[in-house]
Design a protein around this ligand. Structure first.
Ligand SMILES: Cc1ncc(COP(=O)(O)O)c(C=O)c1O
Length: 373
């Protein structure tokens, strides 16, 4: 059996939607872009959605639109995908790494305030693995200190906390649609906001700094080429139309993993999110301490089971040797990053595949426990 870590769900209706765009010859900046943006904004309950060619582009444009630049400090988790740190570095800003909280593996609100200084401009909250972060606490902290909040919901489309969708409580929310995500556009991302000024700015920036209306060739600022084609948008629109059934399917897969792994008390994962909804991106498990995670990863790989070692701490990446950064106590980050393993997770994952993965994980751990005894 070969079981990939992730796989997009492409239905006949997705293929038809993309084909219809090809036949229309409106491949970019056409009706699908507007329809996708409108559907995203409606789904999330925000006023503006601006689609771009990746989540990283959305992060870069968000930082730019907020005026974050050389020497500004931005607080963010070290336990996250490197795109977040890369976007901060690309802005010329200084990453200030904060630890994650046990249980949620999201930025720990209790450890943020001590890192706020005179040069701090923003906090990036990441809803890692689709588990909703404590955004309400971070937003009220940020407001007290006059800081912007960017919510990175790239892994968390549809996650909720206190009936608010991930990405909608900060100044800006960021989404991504790479094929391993809950919905895909192939490549793609979006920025959401309730601010018309920020949305206008990002619309200009994604398109070479061109004014949004009037004169097509009027460039009022330095911009980028970060547009998302109508082909991508048509796919996204079609996928978004079935988001609720996608989230339910993924919830059922997570429950199945929980059942099959429950006998192993040393293995930790999330169960439920109090007062919220997890949008399952992957199925992360925290292996018992003392177990060599990389060895288990290799062993499962040899059996045809692809698993993910998400995420090595950003502050330890080789690139960070050459750039300035700051950090607080990162003890939980170091512990989680060494022990976490993400199991195969995608809409079409079958029950027999989950059983095979869980049996293999349980056996690998039991063999180690027996060796240790
Ligand atoms: C938390 C987070 N932020 C940003 C990104 C970047 O998205 P993209 O790969 O579309 O640039 C990702 C992608 O996986 C992500 O997981």
């Amino acid at each position: 059996m070969k079981i990939p870590l992730a796989k997009p769900e492409i239905l006949e209706s997705d293929i038809e939607a993309v084909t219809a765009v090809l036949r229309s010859s409106r491949l970019s900046q056409g009706p699908m872009l507007h329809a996708f943006e409108k559907a995203l904004a409606n789904y999330l309950g925000v006023v503006h959605a601006v689609a771009v060619n990746s989540g990283t582009s959305a992060l870069q444009l968000g930082l730019h639109a907020l005026g974050i630049a050389d020497g500004d400090e931005v607080i963010l988790p070290s336990f996250s995908f490197m795109a977040v740190t890369n976007a901060v570095l690309a802005a010329g800003a200084i990453p200030v790494f904060v630890d994650v909280a046990p249980g949620s593996w999201n930025l720990d609100p209790a450890k943020v305030e001590v890192l706020i200084g005179p040069r701090t401009k923003a906090i990036i909250v990441v809803h890692t693995f689709g588990f909703p972060a404590a955004t309400d606490r971070i937003v009220s902290l940020a407001r007290r200190h006059g800081l912007f909040v960017i919510e990175d919901a790239c892994e968390a489309l549809g996650a909720e906390l206190s009936d608010r969708k991930a990405g909608t409580q900060g100044d800006i929310g960021i989404l991504a649609f790479y094929p391993n995500k809950q919905i895909t556009t192939g490549e793609g991302g979006a920025l959401v906001t309730n601010s018309a000024a920020l949305a206008d700015s990002v619309r200009r920036l994604r398109n070479q700094g061109r004014e949004n209306s009037a004169n097509w060739l009027q460039h009022s600022e330095v911009g980028y080429s970060y547009r998302l084609s109508d082909l991508n948008c048509a796919l996204g629109l079609e996928q978004l139309s079935r988001i609720e059934s996608i989230l339910e399917k993924r919830e059922a897969l997570a429950r199945s993993y929980q059942r099959h792994l429950s006998a192993n008390e040393e293995l930790q994962s999330y169960c439920d999110c109090r007062n919220g909804r997890i949008s399952w991106f992957t199925y992360p498990v925290l292996l018992p301490s003392g177990v060599d995670r990389d060895e288990i990863w290799r062993e499962l790989g040899q059996m045809g089971i692809e698993t993910g070692r998400y995420f090595p701490p950003a502050h330890l990446q080789p690139v960070m040797r050459n750039v300035p950064f700051l950090c607080g106590d990162l003890s939980e980050t170091l512990c989680v990053a060494q022990r976490v393993l993400c199991l195969p997770f995608f809409n079409e994952l079958e029950e027999r595949e989950i059983e095979f993965v869980c049996e293999s994980v349980n056996e690998a751990l039991a063999a180690r426990a027996a060796d240790a005894a």
